[in-house]
Design a protein around this ligand. Structure first.
Ligand code: NAP
Ligand code: GLV
Length: 313
């Protein structure tokens, strides 16, 4: 049997992945998508994918595992040709978790202490000292308490912030006020000075931040979107920023990526744009995660980090 590798990436990046995966799994046969012919396609039982082009996983009759190199599988699940019965596992990468914690800490610290505004003041040679609030006086709400959101919430709580975390099911997280359901959402959003989005993109969460929801946030709050661009209705966010309902947005993800050069977010004085870099998969640690699942499949053991397809994450 063999493993096929497929992703939307530059050739050098693909070669790096292939080399690290071959080192992690030296006994395996490898090929790049698409397989050269029907014989090679029939030999493939595992596909390792990084947001591949739709249709890439068709015509692999013996496929038994799709392992995503991305944490979010929303784009993969939108491919109507994705073989429906084949188990799908997503990336849970310790280095990615750590990077996401760093991005969230940076954003919350900068918002709480007014560093984005101070940077803008420098451009005007303006010497004006801001009010200094304590961390405990700054309420942060984390939406999504999974691999990433749970760690972000804990790291913020460890810095002394007043943190709440919202998930679909009731959760438990030391030092964090855990919320769920519509009531928990309304309660958390009405109180939070900063809202961090780390929800997966699903049918339930698409367009989550629309005009109606943005109105339920505390006036003057900040939004940090580190999950997916389609969680946000961009025109509604711009309107909320322009009306003062929100005071700032830190955005790592967008409905169209790369963000088009003429998009109003680029020049907006209260928007900080990041190029989808909050937490990238680190091939060095991710190769070990892939290895674990490949070995589990070969040994008939349960797979780690399986996606629940009907739920969409
Ligand atoms: P995860 O472990 O699957 O956690 C998802 C969390 O969201 C869970 O707590 C889940 O609740 C909650 N959730 C899902 N649907 C919900 C709903 N309708 N209402 C309330 N809560 C809901 O996901 P993760 O690994 O933390 O990743 C989250 C997302 O981050 C990914 O899907 C991806 O889009 C994004 N991401 C972005 C970057 C970047 O660089 N910007 C990098 C990696 C990932 P339950 O626990 O109750 O199920
Ligand atoms: C990045 O956005 C990921 O989902 O891994």
């Amino acid at each position: 049997m063999s493993i096929v590798l497929s992703g939307r990436w530059p050739a050098a990046e693909q070669q790096q992945w292939l080399r690290l995966l071959q080192e992690a799994l030296p006994g395996e046969d490898w090929c790049l998508a698409p397989p050269a012919d029907a014989v090679q396609a029939a030999a493939v039982d595992i596909a390792i994918v990084a947001n591949p082009e739709p249709g890439v996983l068709q015509g692999l009759p013996n496929l038994r595992l799709i392992q995503s190199l991305w944490a979010g599988v929303d784009r993969l699940l939108q491919d109507p040709t994705l073989p429906p019965e084949v188990p799908l596992a997503r990336m849970v990468d310790p280095a990615m978790n750590e990077a996401m914690v760093h991005t969230a800490l940076w954003a919350v610290l900068a918002l709480h202490r007014g560093f984005f505004d101070l940077h803008a003041q420098q451009g005007q040679s303006l010497w004006r000292q801001p009010q200094q609030l304590r961390a405990a006086e700054w309420r942060v709400m984390v939406l999504g308490m999974g691999q990433l959101g749970g760690r972000v919430a804990q790291a913020l709580a460890a810095q002394g912030y007043a943190v709440s975390g919202w998930s679909r099911r009731p959760a438990d997280c030391a030092g964090v006020q855990t919320l769920h359901g519509a009531e928990g959402l309304a309660q958390g959003l009405a109180a939070a000075d900063t809202v961090i989005n780390l929800l997966p993109l699903t049918e339930q969460t698409r367009d989550f931040f629309n005009a109606a929801r943005l109105t339920t946030m505390k006036r003057g709050a900040c939004l940090v979107n580190l999950a997916r661009g389609a969680h946000v209705v961009e025109d509604d966010l711009l309107a909320a920023l322009d009306s003062g309902q929100l005071s700032r947005a830190v955005l790592d993800v967008f409905r169209q990526e790369p963000l088009p050069a003429d998009h109003p977010f680029w020049q907006h004085p209260r928007v900080t744009v990041l190029p989808h870099c909050a937490a990238q998969t680190d091939p060095r640690s991710a190769a070990a995660v892939v290895r674990t699942n490949v070995l589990a499949l070969r040994a008939g053991q349960p797979l780690a980090h399986r996606v629940h397809r009907p739920r969409g994450y």
